[in-house]
Write a protein that binds this ligand. Structure first.
Ligand code: G6P
Length: 610
């Protein structure tokens, strides 16, 4: 949700800022801007409405701006329509203080009124212009950037990752964050700042994650950190294992296709890391058997696809480990006064580890004294830092807004957690345990065979270009996958789509089925398949067009126009296979409609606002 970058060093800043923003464009792409300061503190600003390419063209790839220090921003609009005036950076009246911001200043209206009373004028509708002018106000009062930023942080409510240039301090950047991500790096010659690691990978893998309300000062290739009292603080260096190549397209037309094809490797890596000598090894997580035994209920919270993983995990954990599981949308969880006996484990699932609602759910759980386990992809992210236990998925950087490989890695994390609980509660014989682990280890090869059938899926997707409505239906785990298939389709193809528990369709939504409505059935749960087939037939009688994803050997309705068989596996792990054709289907449909697959309209990958 908005990406910010900063650079100070010896090179021209603008091309480096644009390159960094390219890596962060998944966070927002309705406008972009950069500000560059020269050695005398003269700050020049360039902004453009629309995708980053528009800005790149406007400033000729950065060549028209001169200076070795700067900040940049790619926006996902919150306050104010996406236009050039509302685009960041924002500045004070004489452009001597310039800032970019990711987050939301909740009390911006009150602060704006106060600043207007003190003679400030406003030109944009943004909360960021208010933030910038508030820093200006305190800078004029204290005459010191550090004090100005510290007082700013005391006056604002909300979230912010704020990077500021002061023309009195040429070639230096000041930054502060609260509940919005920020990583900082220094190489001795240059300093970098960004909302996310991919923007820095080309330059370094050693980064600093600053905590809430810590201030960073970037100067002469070195960084210093302070608390809001102005006292220096030490921040540990975190080493990132991802390489820069992992954040490139590698010859694929889109990141999404590349990431779909990376899934066998991602699953293999995640399994390989946590299965040691034929046993699940959670020593890194510090989850002891004694603790696992003491858990009497699990609550899972997440947003979007992460929530869908939670829905799938619910079935798997309850079945394997016999522990009651409740799945919550993270955005709802924090506002419900749930009843707790203090022994629940709250699992927060999040690729980015920065989703505002998921962070809030985690904090709510902690404030109730509950233990929290995070399933997170991004090392050092807020959720990873704040949770009691962390399961890092090994998906590597995911760039496409619509998640695929992170979803698959989270599913595998869910299977391992379910099995670990089952083991701790002595619910599996050695033979069953071994069999389930070896079944898991076969998933990557099975996914490869599905990916090879890509052409059939592509052809069917092209036939569906004009569809207006689609339903994805299934029962049990197939319902969990239906939710993800439906979300993928609507996110990137803009076709209205709903997921329904197959048995529920007849209680209302069936009234929407008409000639040609696409109904996708998922059939991997053998004992439920017949019933879902009946539900599919009911829609066929109302002239729906049927498609099915099914385990090999499943009886499917004869009237299906398209059947994608996937190899069999243990039914509890089926989601890892049945989701693949659905991802490919959504991808090819989006391509055939000429949509921007990796950056679908109105969306952002990391939603850091509530
Ligand atoms: C956004 C993304 C989704 C993602 C959700 C949760 O809505 O577009 O793909 O599932 O956020 O993100 P998280 O990083 O918490 O998994």
């Amino acid at each position: 949700m908005c990406g910010i970058v900063g650079y100070t060093g010896k090179k021209q800043a603008a091309p480096i800022l644009l390159e960094g923003l390219t890596k962060l464009e998944y966070r927002g792409y309705d406008s972009a801007g950069v500000a560059v300061s020269d050695a005398y503190g003269r700050i020049e600003i360039a902004k453009a409405q629309g995708k980053l390419d528009v800005l790149k063209e406007k400033i000729d790839g950065g060549k028209t701006m001169h200076g070795a220090c700067g900040i940049g921003h790619t926006r996902w609009a919150t306050h104010g329509v996406p236009n050039e005036t509302n685009a960041h950076p924002h500045c004070n009246d004489d452009s001597t203080i310039v800032a970019v911001h990711n987050g939301i200043i909740e009390n911006y209206a009150e602060l704006k009124a106060k600043l207007i009373r003190r003679g400030y004028q406003f030109y944009s509708q943004t909360d960021t212009e208010v933030a910038t002018k508030l820093v200006d106000y305190y800078y004029k009062k204290h005459g010191e950037p550090l004090k100005a930023i510290a007082e700013f942080s005391l006056r604002v409510r909300g979230s912010y990752a704020l990077a500021v240039l002061f023309s009195d301090y040429p070639e230096e950047i000041y930054a502060i964050r609260k509940d919005s991500p920020m990583v900082i790096a220094a190489t001795g010659k240059e300093c970098f700042l960004a909302s996310d690691v991919p923007a820095l990978l080309k330059y370094t893998k050693n980064v600093y994650y600053i905590e809430n309300d810590q201030i960073a000062h970037l100067k002469n290739g070195q960084t210093s950190f302070y608390n809001i009292d102005g006292d220096p603080v030490e921040i540990p260096l975190t080493h990132i294992t991802w390489d820069a190549q992992a954040a490139e397209k590698d010859g694929y037309e889109h990141y999404m296709l590349k990431e779909i094809h990376e899934q066998p490797r991602v699953i293999k890596d995640t399994l390989g890391y946590f299965i040691q000598n034929g046993k699940i090894d959670f020593s890194e997580l510090n989850l002891t058997d004694a603790y696992l035994k003491s858990v009497n209920k699990i609550i899972i919270a997440g947003c979007g696809s992460a929530y869908h993983v939670g829905v799938a995990m619910q079935y798997v954990i309850e079945d394997l480990a016999r522990i009651p599981v409740r799945v919550e949308l993270a955005s709802e969880f924090r506002y419900r006064s749930f009843i707790s006996d203090g022994k629940e484990l709250v699992i927060i699932i999040s690729q980015s580890g920065e989703t505002a609602d998921s962070i809030a759910a985690l904090r709510e759980a902690k404030s109730r004294g509950l233990k929290t386990l995070a399933i997170v992809n991004v090392v050092g992210s807020t959720i990873a830092r704040e949770a009691d236990f962390v399961f890092y998925t090994k998906a590597g950087p995911e760039i496409s807004v619509a998640t695929t490989k992170a979803y698959s890695a989270q599913l595998v994390a869910g299977y391992l957690i379910a099995l670990k609980f089952a083991e701790a509660h002595s619910l599996l014989s050695d033979g069953q345990y071994r069999e389930l682990l070896s079944e898991l280890c076969l998933l990557p090869e099975k996914i490869k065979t599905i990916l090879e059938k890509d052409t059939a899926i592509q052809q069917f997707a092209f036939h569906c270009m004009d569809k207006k409505n689609a339903f994805f239906i299934g029962r049990g785990l197939d319902y969990a996958v239906s939710m993800e298939g439906s979300l993928k389709l609507k996110e990137i193809s803009y076709i209205h789509s709903e997921a329904y528990a197959a048995g529920e369709l007849k209680h209302g939504a069936i009234s929407l089925i008409e000639d040609g409505t696409l109904v996708f059935g998922i059939l991997t749960q053998d004992e439920l398949a017949e019933k879902t087939v009946s539900n599919l037939e009911e829609t066929k009688s109302r002239k729906a067009q049927l498609a099915v994803v099914a385990f090999e050997g499943t009886e499917v309705p004869k009237s299906c126009e398209c059947v994608f068989y996937v190899p069999r596996t243990d039914a509890r792990f089926a989601a890892s296979l049945s989701v693949i054709p659905l991802q490919l289907y959504a991808y090819y449909l989006s391509v055939s409609k000429g949509n921007n697959v990796d950056k679908p309209r109105n969306l952002a990958k990391s939603v850091t606002v509530e």
